[in-house]
Design a protein around this ligand. Structure first.
Ligand code: 13P
Length: 250
C-alpha cells in the first residue's frame, strides 16, 4: 500500500559506535503515526542496528546485496545473510552503485528478482544525470531505467517495491529538484506504471524523492501529490535534521 516513507541512506559513514549513538538518539524521538522511517547503515553495523531497534518502529535496510544466494563471490553479501541479521529491506540501483561499481540495469533486474524471491522489500533507485536533463531526455532515461530494471516483475511483486527517484545532479550537491520538477517526474513515473500495469497498481506504489532533501525544503517537496517521502543522504546523519525531515509531512 502507498505509504509515507522517510529513509536515511547513511552510505559509507558511521563506524560502529557512531551508528549506535545515532540510533540511540533517534530512539528517543517520537515518530509521527502514518510515517514509515527507515535507516540504511553500512553492512558491518546492520546487526547492531537491528538489535537496537527490536520492537521499535524504525526499519533497517541494507545499501546493496549480491544477486546470488551464495558462492565464490569474495567480498559480497547475499539476501540470506541480510535476513539472518534481521534485515529484510534493501536499497538497489543507487546512482553511486551504477556510476562507481558499474551496476547495469540488467544486473539490477537480477538483484531485484533475487531480493523478491527472498521475500525482501526493495527500495529501487533511479534518476537521470545532469546531461540528460540539459538535453531534455530525462523522461526517456527514467522510463528506460524502470523498464529495464523492473518491468519483468508481475503486478503482485510491486507490493514489495518502493521507488526512489534521485536525479543524479541533485545528490550531495545542495542543488535540489524544485518541488514542481519532482512532482512532474513522479507523476510521469506513476503514468508509466499505469500504462504497463494498471491505474490501481500505480496509485499503490510509494515514490520517494532523493537529492539534497533538507529540513528547510522537505515539507514543500513532500507536499506534492505524487511525492510519498524521501531518501535522505547527508541530512540523515544528524538526528535532529533527519527527524525534522520525518516530521515534514503536512
Ligand atoms: P543527499 O541527500 O546527500 O543529496 O543524498 C541523497 C541520496 O543519495 C540518498 O540515497
Amino acid at each position: 500500500m502507498r505509504k509515507q516513507i522517510v529513509a536515511g541512506n547513511w552510505k559509507m559513514n558511521c563506524d560502529l559506535s557512531e551508528t549506535k549513538n545515532l540510533i540511540q538518539v533517534l530512539k528517543v524521538q517520537d515518530i509521527p503515526s502514518g510515517v514509515s522511517v527507515m535507516i540504511a547503515p553500512t553492512y558491518t553495523n546492520l546487526l547492531a542496528a537491528t538489535s537496537l531497534l527490536v520492537d521499535y518502529p524504525i526499519t533497517v535496510a541494507a545499501q546493496n546485496m549480491h544477486q546470488s544466494a551464495s558462492g565464490a563471490f569474495t567480498g559480497e553479501i547475499s539476501a540470506g545473510m541480510l535476513k539472518s541479521v534481521g534485515v529484510d529491506h534493501v536499497i538497489l540501483g543507487h546512482s553511486e552503485r551504477r556510476a562507481y561499481f558499474k551496476e547495469t540495469d540488467a544486473l539490477l533486474a537480477e538483484k531485484v528478482s533475487t531480493a523478491l524471491e527472498q521475500e525482501m522489500t526493495v527500495i529501487f533507485c533511479f534518476g537521470e544525470e545532469l546531461q540528460d536533463r540539459t538535453h531534455g531526455r530525462e523522461f526517456d532515461v527514467v522510463k528506460n531505467q524502470l523498464q529495464n530494471g523492473l518491468f519483468h516483475l508481475s503486478g503482485g511483486d510491486w507490493n514489495n517495491i518502493i521507488l526512489a527517484y534521485e536525479p543524479v545532479w541533485a545528490i550531495g550537491t545542495g542543488e535540489t529538484a524544485t518541488p514542481e520538477q519532482a512532482q512532474e517526474m513522479h507523476a510521469f513515473i506513476r503514468r508509466t506504471l499505469a500504462e504497463k500495469y494498471s491505474d490501481e497498481m500505480a496509485q499503490e506504489v510509494s515514490i520517494l524523492y532523493g537529492g539534497s532533501v533538507k529540513p528547510n525544503n522537505a515539507a514543500e517537496i513532500f507536499g506534492k501529490e505524487d511525492v510519498d517521502g524521501g531518501l535522505i543522504g547527508g541530512a540523515s546523519l544528524d538526528a535532529e535534521s533527519f527527524m525534522a525531515i520525518v516530521n515534514a509531512f503536512v
